[in-house]
Design a protein around this ligand. Structure first.
Ligand SMILES: [Zn+2]
Length: 111
């Protein structure tokens, strides 16, 4: 009737941000960082993976403290996997995939 709200056309209402001190996503309720949050972080820090890891380490220690206060016993290995492992640069582990291709074919194939 008379209530006309300007609805934003294609914007999700809630961003995927953590809800402290539970550290669940405000938008989807998953453990933060949820998948959309991870993607957003990777996009935001795509030029500076080190800064992303520093940020994640900071929020991880904050989360560990708050979760411990809630009575849960956060497993450090689980927290590391949840906050840090996914963000490590590809190639930091055993398998590295070269991002650059080698230059022209060494055989000098011409056509
Ligand atoms: Zn979410």
């Amino acid at each position: 009737m008379s209530s006309r709200e300007p609805a934003p056309p294609s914007r999700p209402a809630r961003p995927h941000v953590p809800m402290r001190p539970l550290w669940r996503c405000r938008a989807c309720g998953a453990h933060w960082p949820c998948q959309p949050a991870r993607l957003a972080l990777l996009a935001e820090y795509r030029d500076d993976r080190t800064a992303l890891l520093v940020y994640l380490a900071t929020v991880m220690s904050e989360a560990a403290g708050q979760l411990a206060q809630l009575g849960g016993q956060p497993d450090p290995a689980e927290l590391t996997a949840r906050f840090l492992t996914w963000a490590r640069a590809p190639g930091a582990g055993g398998h590295d995939r070269p991002l650059r291709r080698l230059g022209p074919c060494p055989g000098g194939r011409r056509s």
